[in-house]
Design a binder for this molecule. Structure first.
Ligand code: AMP
Ligand code: MG
Length: 441
């Protein structure tokens, strides 16, 4: 058998980033720059006021104070966006708004709060140092200076600096086009009635959501019967345009496991038994003329989610050239469980707080890979190394969060506040309990 790390390394080894494209800035959020970006302009572009107030020569208002204010004639108003290019006459002032260009000759701003605010003659009751409340041209960045490096991911603040510099297009790793295909004769899309022996396809919608949660997009989410011809035809079709294909189902040892039958021997496809639980039957390879990476995940929903977290998410990061590191949090086990010998276990747990404020973990739902309601109340996956066959109460495990930690933290904070009010709800077994069962108190 292959270890999780070996399989992940084998997968990542075969993956190269998607194409470089030049995109309008509005479409670049979340993508990674492939080239450094320099600013063609100074930022700020021109000296401007940091305050609503009066533009002055500092020397003209020297000594002004509340006790001895200075009366200064106002030349006019300079609103933001005024492009006239005003000049400040000796002993004069301009009323000026935040962001408006400094008039020639002015070297400081007296903020409106230090004046009587009048528009013809203003009483100024504070002196200022030269430079006060002036935003200097180029103080943020100089024309020709690098504002972002190749390899940076474009987040909201990066969008802001690019837009400020007038950079309307950027060269990035393109968005990864992900296709999700569920396979199984028993599957019916949600929204349609199920007949005897049928079930709703949950892997398809879940994988689409996982792809989005990882910051990527699906271009197609569909389902197929256990029919080799249909599977081959549909795959061939998507291999012409997809950057990543994720299938689920049909790769076990059953008589109808058509995905495995179709893909055995195709491209670099390999079907591997990975010593993990759940998620043992894994398939991966590059298929078609474009050598599209294809994951064939097992069918059980919990196996799908675990496989996504462990193998697909890192692969998506490699495709999009994003940095990724699996981050786990330590937690104390509230009630122990067993783990199959020789397999790395990913055990669904809920996170709580123990008395010392550290995370505590307790099993969520049962161990079956079909238990989606149990999965839905899990906060994370406790990773139990292959050589351990028992997880003892009170021992420490590493937990891979399934939701952003801040969301889990917020929930725990809210629950602890509710507990302190003495208003702890009875909770329910299946749904997310209102007050979580607290094992350590
Ligand atoms: P398989 O790997 O195809 O043998 O499927 C294993 C189990 O997962 C079976 O109980 C299937 O019915 C179930 N399963 C497979 N695909 C899906 C899906 N897309 N949604 C929900 N359950 C599925
Ligand atoms: Mg099946």
């Amino acid at each position: 058998m292959t270890t999780v790390d070996e399989h992940l390394a084998a997968v990542l080894d075969q993956i190269t980033p998607v194409r470089e494209v030049t995109l309008p800035l509005a479409q670049a959020y979340g993508l990674v720059l492939t080239q450094d970006v320099t600013s063609p302009v100074d930022l700020p572009r021109f000296a401007n006021s940091a305050m609503d107030g009066y533009a002055v020569r500092a020397a003209d208002v020297a000594g002004a104070s509340p006790e001895s204010p200075k009366l200064v004639p106002v030349a006019g108003d300079i609103p933001a966006g005024d492009g006239e290019g005003h000049t400040l006459g000796e002993g004069m002032t301009w009323r000026i708004m935040t962001g408006a260009p400094m008039p020639e000759g002015a070297d400081a701003i007296v903020k409106v709060e230090d004046t009587d605010g009048h528009s013809h003659e203003v009483l100024i009751s504070a002196s200022v140092e030269p430079g006060t409340h002036v935003r200097r041209a180029g103080e943020d960045v100089r024309a020709g200076e690098r504002i972002l490096s190749a390899g940076s991911r474009i987040g909201p603040a990066q969008v802001a600096v690019l837009a400020s510099a007038g950079v309307a297009e950027v060269t990035v790793r393109d968005a990864v086009r992900v296709v999700v295909l569920s396979t199984g004769d028993e599957l019916v899309p949600v929204g349609e009635p199920v007949g005897p022996g049928q079930i709703h396809d949950s892997n398809g919608p879940m994988l689409a959501a996982l792809v989005r949660a990882a910051g990527h997009y699906t271009t197609h989410v569909g389902h197929l019967p256990d029919d080799e011809k249909s599977i081959k035809k549909e795959l061939d079709h998507h291999l012409t345009s997809a950057d990543l294909v994720i299938t689920s189902g049909g790769v076990s040892k059953g008589a109808y496991d058509a995905v495995k039958a179709v893909l055995t021997g195709a491209g670099s496809m390999e079907f591997t038994e990975v010593d993990m639980q759940p998620g043992k039957p894994q398939g991966f390879g590059l298929l078609g003329r474009r050598k599209v990476p294809v994951f064939t995940l097992p069918g059980n929903p919990v196996s799908v989610l675990v496989s996504f977290e462990v193998f697909v998410r890192p692969a998506l990061s490699r495709l999009s050239e994003q940095r990724y590191e699996q981050v786990t949090v330590p937690a104390v086990v509230l009630s122990g469980w067993t783990s199959p010998a020789g397999r790395q276990q990913y055990h669904r747990v809920r996170l709580l707080r123990d008395v010392s404020g550290a995370y505590a973990a307790e099993p969520a739902g049962g161990p079956g890979s079909h238990l989606v309601a149990g999965l839905a109340v899990a906060d994370g996956l406790a990773i139990v190394p292959a050589e351990e066959s028992e997880v003892l109460t009170g021992s420490q495990v590493q937990v891979l969060p399934l939701r952003p930690l801040w969301e889990i933290e917020a929930e725990l904070a809210q629950e602890s506040a509710t507990d302190q009010d003495g208003a702890q709800g009875a909770g329910s077994e299946a749904g997310r309990p209102r007050g979580r069962h607290r094992g350590a108190s």
